[in-house]
Unconditional design. Structure first.
Length: 110
């Protein structure tokens, strides 16, 4: 009859339990090192200075108007549309309301 106590005591629990745990810790360390190397290669220049990036994006102003991104949608031509020259200044009525901005422009004859 087999002696279960001897069979269990002969198992190498250190490797059965510790092996997978060690593998997980080593994989995590390798992943962390890869992250550090990536940040060093992308976030710093050759002199070790931080690389800064600026982002600009259009932002709606209050009050929000869906579909209106502040573009000028129409211009009335005066003086019959004649007598203009390149670089002539163009004036627009002063807008009213919260967040309104004054439009400016120049003539480009084509």
């Amino acid at each position: 009859m087999p002696n279960l106590g001897n069979e269990i005591s002969s198992l190498d629990f250190k490797n059965i339990i510790g092996g997978p745990l060690i593998a997980v810790v080593e994989a995590q360390a390798q992943a962390a090192l890869s992250t550090v190397n990536y940040i060093k290669s992308v976030g710093f220049d050759a002199d070790g200075k931080v690389v800064n990036v600026s982002f600009n994006y259009p932002k709606e102003v209050y009050p929000y108007r869906p579909g209106n991104k502040g573009e000028l949608t129409a211009v009335a031509i005066t003086n019959g549309g004649v007598g203009y020259a390149d670089a002539t200044s163009v004036s627009f009525p002063t807008p009213t309301g919260a967040g309104a901005r004054v439009a400016t422009g120049t003539v480009m004859v084509s």
